[in-house]
Write a protein that binds this ligand. Sequence first.
Ligand code: HEC
Ligand code: HEC
Length: 463
Amino acid sequence: MKPPHRGLTTLAFTGACAMVALAVSIQSSAQTAPASAESNRFTPSALRIESESAPAALDAGLRAVAPEPTPRGILREAPAAFDNRTNGFDPQGPTFDSIDENTVVALRSYNDNRFIFEEFETEADGLGPTFNAQSCRECHQNIVTGGASQVAEHRTGRMELLQFVESVGGSLIQSRSTHADIFERVPFEDSVSTLRISTNTLGAGFIEAIANDTLLGIRNAQPAAIRGTALEVAVLEANNARRIGRFGWKCQHASLESFAADAYLNEMGITTPLLPEENTSLGRNVGYGTSYDRVADPEDDGVDLRAFANFMRATKAPPRGAITPAVRSGEALFNQVGCNGCHTATIRTAAPGTRINGGAILVRDAVGNKIIHPYGDFLMHDIGTGDGIPVLPGAEFASTAGQIRTAPLWALRTRNRLMHDGLSFTKQEAIARHAGQATAVKNAYDALTAAQKDQVLAFLDSL
Ligand code: HEC
Ligand code: HEC
């Protein structure tokens, strides 16, 4: 999926911008959030900035603590299950606000939204002319609709005068087409090439509900040697307002509606009001007006987009497997060697009613004030696995070519092709590929005894 070609900047925050008290205890989260309005300089001034301030960046010890009342409701564990059932998300729920777009379109039930996510599109619906698959579920189904899958997409480009240049028409190569003569074959000169495997979207509504400040708090708490990069990206449905990206291997989106627009266009060839321009075939116009495309743009009026976004917002988090004594010891060792420096065990979402996505929506009760265990920090790191393709072309983004988002480890036990390219087939191989910023941690892991490593692996198998 291509990120929108506008409005991204790499955040070079220093400790001075840390607006969140780090390592706060759960008690402090019951107090009013820190006043961050002045210092939060990446949020457009028209928005009330404190709306995205963090309740707290929490540490792994939180799980043992009983829920506590907060100003906007009760802090609870997020529901987790592979059961194809809603987490209770209701886009028309009690935290209603008139600026929320979701309230002015026809709203559907969880199952109706899931049906649209699962639906196979046809040429008459706008599928193609170049595309990768016919439905979201083709690539997002394991164990249930919305999960990850083994399907990988292909991105290409080349280096010219030390600068990355995307393949003509964009770095994402569509691997199917509706007509044989417009099929995208990669030009020989485009020698930078990567696969990116489909990621999980279960629990994505909780990730969307993490405040910017929480992500920055996690980042600023990381020791300098492993500190991640936060990227601010454009929220398409909020007039390109900026927010910290957290979705995708390059953190290329901050909102599920924006990601859905990107996916609908780039994976399925369906244009929407947010991204109304049809994909090319290696730069050649094959859109409406040519003989290859019979459907005028936008091919979807935006209703499907909100169905996709609301489906993902309503999914439950991936559940844990059995917690045995070996699993517990393994988690302690995982923390001891420092894996949790990037694979953050516990994050708390913003309170219900918090305005997010550049003002486009409010955090709903079902996803607000929830404690999740993604084992990821939603930041990018250089662990030596960078695929050479920056989040966007241009000097400003060159450093992102070597960085990948920390893979959230929840649902790891349901994946057998690991890392962004899906080319590590065992946990051991995936760990062995950790270098760069992860070198010291990986060395500490290597120094464990065989029995200790088995416990870490048992822990990973419980995720
Ligand atoms: C051809 C396979 C394919 C199809 C079809 C597809 N996706 Fe994806 N999806 C991917 C891949 C690959 C990624 C990771 C891409 C990346 O980050 O570069 C991804 C990532 C995502 C993410 C980010 C999740 C995270 O890890 O943060 C969301 C959200 C998403 N897809 C939603 C959708 C929606 C909605 C649809 C249908 C409109 C869809 N996808 C269709 C392959 C697909
Ligand atoms: C400096 C940050 C950092 C540290 C420390 C770190 N990781 Fe990772 N981890 C990452 C990143 C980034 C990725 C994704 C890399 C890629 O896809 O190319 C990843 C991916 C993984 C994966 C693959 C998951 C998947 O779904 O594909 C596993 C397993 C993993 N890490 C385990 C560990 C273990 C165990 C440790 C401790 C020994 C550790 N990591 C330490 C950043 C880190």
